[in-house]
Design a protein around this ligand. Structure first.
Ligand SMILES: [Zn+2]
Length: 461
């Protein structure tokens, strides 16, 4: 595929007009201001894209190596279009799409105990499969290609992700209370099986994570065991961290005054790669630890506002050099997987909350939604429109009224654009959404299954 004369969000998160971007064998093979089909411009590229594409056996072997059109198939005209890295959702509970619109306008503890937990107790493995498939369709529609998920029946989510052509880092998040060593629990065997079947599947599209739900649903021996397990297997960890003031106060009571961040630091958890969701209630020392340890902070601005949890101190975390990415959280507290919404909120709410209109730049919001998100999932070769990177891309229609005038398209992208401007989403070069169609997912079937399954569960409650 060749995107011709298109505006591109570059690696500095600025929009550059009039670029040509070629995709070959699932990767970005050419980015330049010259049309690679013009004789000589592609082969003469100093970065050697032709040589590497040819050596990988890409394209038509018999073709003239100076004829770039032989390597790139379909040409997508870029006028009125903007090409950017796809988005990475760093905190989700994808099967929870079945709970969309069901648990509303309640304080967090009642929302959880009276609504979410009873509903989830009725969910089957098949329910999780269909919920994940619908979540994949929704994310693809809004330019998201990959998500970090924490839920039960992760093997069924893996199946749905595999079929959809998308990517995910999947961790089961069971309640792990008590002192039983992790190796003696059923969850240990389940994680082993999950790794055996799915870790690295689909040319690395699927990763298995170790999930620790939170400080309050685990114990210190379990945290130490799971951390050691993750280190041994080379897995990343995914946790909920300091989401509410209540969680922090109760942790301090249980652990001799330690905040959840200080407590997890004392267990050695942060010596491994960790994505920590929420991080709303942090003090200065907590933020220093997260920045120093390189913990990926998955901000969930919509969810945290909807549940009345507060605002994660993102401007201060960025000042300290912490790694900030974005998550949608579950659909009972957002209620959509349109990560453009969360990106907009991240760029906007802190200006109001801190009375500082310079807090969180559009570039920082874009970086969180793309490159930093990819890195939080251990996807080093994803999240930038750059030669050699995997072709995780989304194309936006920027011909609509919200995009005019194009004085600065980076500002338009964050403050005026919308997820519904996405017209095409590619994951490893494969089209997963295009002009209203989902080539890898039977959307009508997924919708019908999810609607019927939610009705069934509501009838059982
Ligand atoms: Zn969550």
């Amino acid at each position: 595929m060749l995107f011709a004369d298109v505006s591109v969000l570059d690696e500095n998160f600025d929009v550059v007009p009039h670029q040509w971007v070629g995709v070959c064998d699932g990767r970005v093979a050419y980015v330049g201001a010259a049309d690679p089909r013009v004789s000589g411009s592609y082969a003469a590229d100093p970065r050697g894209a032709t040589a590497s594409a040819a050596s990988q056996g890409v394209g038509t072997q018999a073709a003239d190596p100076h004829d770039a059109s032989a390597y790139f198939g379909e040409v997508i005209e870029g006028a009125g279009r903007l090409l950017m890295p796809a988005l990475y959702n760093c905190h989700a509970h994808s099967p929870m799409v079945l709970l969309r619109g069901y648990a509303e306008n309640l304080p967090l503890q009642r929302w959880l105990n009276e609504k979410c937990f009873p509903f989830e107790a009725k969910m089957t493995a098949d329910d999780c499969y269909w919920g994940t498939l619908l979540a994949c369709a929704e994310m693809a529609r809004f330019g998201v290609v990959s998500f970090s998920d924490m839920y039960y029946n992760a093997e069924r989510s893996a199946q749905a992700v595999m079929e959809s052509g998308m990517k995910a880092s999947l961790g089961s998040a069971p309640v792990l209370l008590g002192d039983t060593p992790f190796a003696e629990r059923v969850e240990y065997a389940q994680t082993e099986e999950m790794i055996r079947q799915w870790h690295g599947a689909g040319d690395g599209r699927i990763h298995v994570d170790c999930a620790l739900h939170s400080e309050y649903l685990t114990t210190e021996p379990v945290v130490r065991d799971v951390t050691a397990f993750a280190k041994e297997r080379g897995l990343r960890l995914h946790i909920h961290l300091s989401e509410t003031a209540k969680e922090v106060a109760e942790c301090r009571e249980r652990h001799g005054g330690l905040s959840p961040v200080a407590y997890f630091e004392s267990t050695g958890l942060f010596e491994e790669p960790v994505t920590a969701a929420h991080c709303v209630w942090l003090d200065e020392a907590d933020m220093d630890i997260l920045a120093y340890r390189g913990v990926f902070v998955a901000n969930n601005p919509a969810s945290n506002m909807k549940l009345g949890s507060g605002f994660a101190p993102i401007p201060r975390l960025l000042e300290k050099g912490a790694k900030v990415c974005l998550g949608s959280d579950g659909m009972a507290s957002n209620n959509n997987h349109n990560l453009f919404h969360d990106m907009y909120l991240q760029a906007m709410i802190y200006k109001g909350a801190t009375l500082d209109p310079t807090a969180v730049t559009p570039q920082q919001a874009l970086q969180a939604a793309t490159r930093t998100g990819a890195l939080s999932q251990g996807r080093e070769d994803c999240g930038l429109v750059k030669e050699g990177m995997r072709a995780d891309l989304c194309l936006l229609d920027v011909a609509g009224p919200s995009w005019c005038p194009a004085t600065d398209m980076t500002y338009n992208l964050v403050y005026a654009g919308s997820g519904s401007d996405v017209v095409m989403t590619l994951c490893d070069g494969q089209v997963v959404y295009r002009d209203g169609a989902f080539p890898t997912i039977d959307l009508e079937r997924a919708k019908a299954e999810c609607a019927a399954r939610t009705q069934r569960i509501l009838g059982e409650l």
